[in-house]
Design a protein around this ligand. Structure first.
Ligand code: 5RP
Length: 244
């Protein structure tokens, strides 16, 4: 089976968690796109759900395959978000943002009672950081912000280039919310919580791609089938407290 087959298997497994009447967060990326397509087929068969897309790309896809959409303005609390990830560690901490949608992805995940991550087995890692960490920054002062990120990372013993993500024409890419992405090539992030806090404290950093305490379940598809990883009871309880 190919990686795409595994992505599809993970997306199919997530469909089993969708109940009629649910308000869903719809992730971004190739794996999440497969989920949206499968969801569209179920909607065509009569499934009644509504979704909030985490990017313009997902909005366009959902419209094309017939998934009814809403907004966080009209539907500020969601039942379940299904999204992909660039890396998943054993504690269900994630790196996301390879598709530059991390800001909306995190807002939507945070507005959801549950988040299910769908991924092929290559995304499963013992320690986060081999995938460059996306950091969304305001374009104003981006070089100063890049240097501040570099210093904050160095204080945590992290080195490695921090690069402005560029399109093929060499211009900085622009996210759906009009921001720039920095990619931190840290190699290994031993203390993601500390890095997350340090990044969040930098003016100009809008959001970072460390998703900690958001995922409740990961459905990881590989040669041995789909493996289900669950968040620790403490993490699940912290997630639930968001709506208490
Ligand atoms: O975070 C993301 C987009 O911002 C994606 O979920 C992540 O990049 C995984 O994408 P794919 O399923 O294509 O491997």
């Amino acid at each position: 089976m190919s990686t795409d087959d595994y992505k599809r298997a993970a997306a199919e497994a997530a469909l089993a968690h969708v109940q009629p009447g649910m308000k869903l967060g719809l992730g971004t990326g190739s794996t999440a796109a497969l989920f949206v397509e499968l969801l569209g087929a179920r909607v065509a068969e009569g499934l009644d759900v509504v979704g909030v897309p985490t990017s313009e790309a997902t909005r366009e896809l959902a419209e094309r395959v017939g998934v009814p959409l809403t907004t966080l303005k009209d539907t500020p609390e969601l039942d379940l978000t299904v999204d992909g990830a660039d890396e998943v560690d054993p504690e269900l901490r994630l790196i996301k943002g390879g598709g530059a949608a991390l800001l909306r992805e995190k807002i939507v995940a945070f507005a959801s009672r549950r988040m299910i991550v769908i991924a092929d087995a290559k995304k499963q890692v013992p320690t986060l950081g081999a995938f460059p960490l996306p950091i969304e920054v305001v374009p104003f002062g981006k070089e100063a912000t890049r240097r501040a990120v570099e210093r904050a990372a160095a204080r945590l013993g992290l080195s490695g280039k921090i690069e402005i993500r560029r399109a093929e024409d060499e211009c900085p890419i622009v996210t759906d919310s009009g921001h720039t992405i920095l990619d931190g090539h840290f190699g290994r992030i031993d203390r993601p919580e500390e890095l997350a806090a340090a990044l969040s404290a930098i003016p100009g950093v809008v959001e970072h791609g460390l998703f900690i305490g958001l995922a409740d379940l990961a459905l990881i598809a590989g040669p041995d089938g789909v493996t289900t990883l669950e968040a620790s009871p403490a993490s699940a309880a912290a997630n639930a407290r968001r709506f208490a």
